[in-house]
Design a binder for this molecule. Structure first.
Ligand code: AMP
Length: 449
């Protein structure tokens, strides 16, 4: 496919020529018609695949020249660095088009940004918090918004922005196109799509189900978390074999729990990364793991995505991902540069479905190993392992493990109502010395002498 097949216009072709691009990347080719059609879309693509232009090409092609002040396109990204980068990319692509683009993010003077907004903009690129502040201040009017793009939504949710996003959805016009990009599919991303998107079309560059030849894979059937932990501790005793092991878990709560448990055994050899850790902490952890100071790194899918670390001896799937793509990404961290790598997956009974999806994608059955007899099989369960009934589609009842604490407007103790049962009536009656009624059989019962 060439850019000519996308039926763009001369200003865009000229900009693309200046950039030196010869053909659309796969995600650009796949996403173009969907975005252009106005349908809601979920794109699964990692940084570096050309995803920014995948949504900007159709958006810029269809954005008519206008002098109106209110923006028509809003692009939300998780970090200020990304705001700067996306604005930069748009400016390159819109070099020969008369389009007004503004990037806004927190930690900078809001008044300067208010003035820039007031001048009138076509496209706003923003972090969620600052966008909301500008909208609440009424300087930024979102009523003319036609398209909303949320980029890196997995990172955004991992950083705890779910509530901010929902607040923003509330102030956007209902009739709009939603476009979202995520590198990994997570439960949180899935829930957001179900709750707020209308029949979105999914666009992804098919992940290859063929793992690298030099990765050898094995699986263990393990009944529960504590047995998984015992097995991992048992295997890690052999420091020579497991000399650089990356342990994947699906969320930060599990990362913390596992880190604390392993810390008792492998204190000096262990590090962890997830989004609740500061950037400095994460960078230090990665550096120590890369250099071999620590031989075990516990990580979540989202945070480990951009990791570029060589010589990983083992990738552990401490839990079985629900989305087989995540498994392929995880194990791709080992077996690099012609070296042999080992991928090991632990699955409980409940995780068998995920395991089957992985094996179907790869069209192979992963060889199974038996739990060594020395490993203690635990019967204790953690909270998540006790059966819970999930009301998937009820946003008001969703138990969000990443939700922040209670809202500031939570009722104070003295104002909160308490159900005191039937006796409350009598307490009040006694307090205000209400007359007794002859027909009050409870009263009569209690005072029968
Ligand atoms: P992104 O995935 O959007 O972060 O883009 C990664 C890099 O690829 C950026 O530096 C883009 O300028 C570049 N890029 C985007 N589209 C193309 C293309 N069709 N051909 C070559 N490079 C591209």
């Amino acid at each position: 496919m060439s850019f000519r097949d996308l039926n763009l216009n001369t200003p865009l072709y000229n900009a693309i020529d200046d950039l030196g691009f010869t053909q659309p990347t796969p995600i650009q080719a796949e996403a173009f018609n969907v975005v252009a059609s106005g349908a809601d879309m979920v794109g699964i693509a990692q940084t570096g695949t050309g995803k920014t232009f995948a949504y900007m090409l159709p958006i810029l092609k269809n954005l008519k020249f206008s002098k109106q002040e209110n923006p028509r396109v809003l692009i939300l990204v998780p970090t200020r660095e990304l705001v700067v980068q996306v604005v930069d990319e748009i400016e390159k692509l819109a070099k020969y088009i008369n389009t007004r683009v503004l990037g806004v993010y927190g930690g900078t003077n809001i008044n300067t940004q208010k003035q820039a907004v007031a001048q009138g903009q076509d496209i706003i690129v923003a972090t969620p918090g600052r966008l909301y502040d500008l909208a609440v201040s009424r300087v930024l009017q979102l009523k003319s918004l036609e398209r909303l793009v949320i980029d890196e939504v997995d990172v955004m949710l991992d950083l705890g922005f779910r509530h901010q996003l929902i607040n923003i959805f509330d102030i956007l016009p209902e009739r709009r196109q939603n476009i979202m990009f995520s590198a990994t599919m997570t439960e949180d991303v899935d829930a957001l799509i179900t709750d707020f998107f209308t029949a979105p079309q999914k666009v992804s560059i098919a992940i290859s189900g063929t793992p690298l030849e030099n990765i050898s894979q094995t699986k263990y059937s393990v009944p529960n978390y504590y047995t998984k932990l015992n097995l991992l501790v048992h295997l890690f005793q052999d420091a020579e074999t497991y000399n650089k092991a990356l342990v994947f878990v699906s969320n930060k709560r599990m990362a913390d729990r596992l880190f604390e448990a392993l810390d008792e055994f492998f204190n000096e050899e262990l590090c962890v990364i997830h989004s609740n850790k500061t950037q400095n902490y994460r960078l230090r952890s990665i550096e120590q793991f890369r250099e071999g100071v620590n031989r075990i790194l516990v990580a979540t899918d989202v945070m480990a995505r951009g990791l570029d670390i060589d010589n990983v001896s083992h990738v552990f799937n401490f839990d079985t991902p629900d989305y087989p793509e995540n498994y392929m990404h995880r194990i791709g961290r080992t077996g690099r540069a012609e070296r042999e790598g080992q991928a090991i997956i632990f699955s409980t009974e409940k995780e068998q479905e995920g395991l089957e999806k992985i094996e179907t994608l790869m069209q192979m059955e992963i060889p199974e190993l038996q739990i060594p007899t020395e490993v203690v099989i635990s019967t204790e369960l953690i909270e998540e392992e006790r059966t819970v009934i999930k009301e998937r589609n009820n946003p008001t009842k969703r138990k969000d493990i990443d939700a922040p604490g209670p809202a500031f407007h939570e009722k104070s103790a003295k104002n909160s109502k308490e159900n005191l049962g039937g006796s409350y009536k009598f307490k009040i009656a006694a307090k205000y010395k209400k007359p007794k009624t002859r027909g009050d059989k409870n009263y009569n019962k209690r005072n029968k002498k």
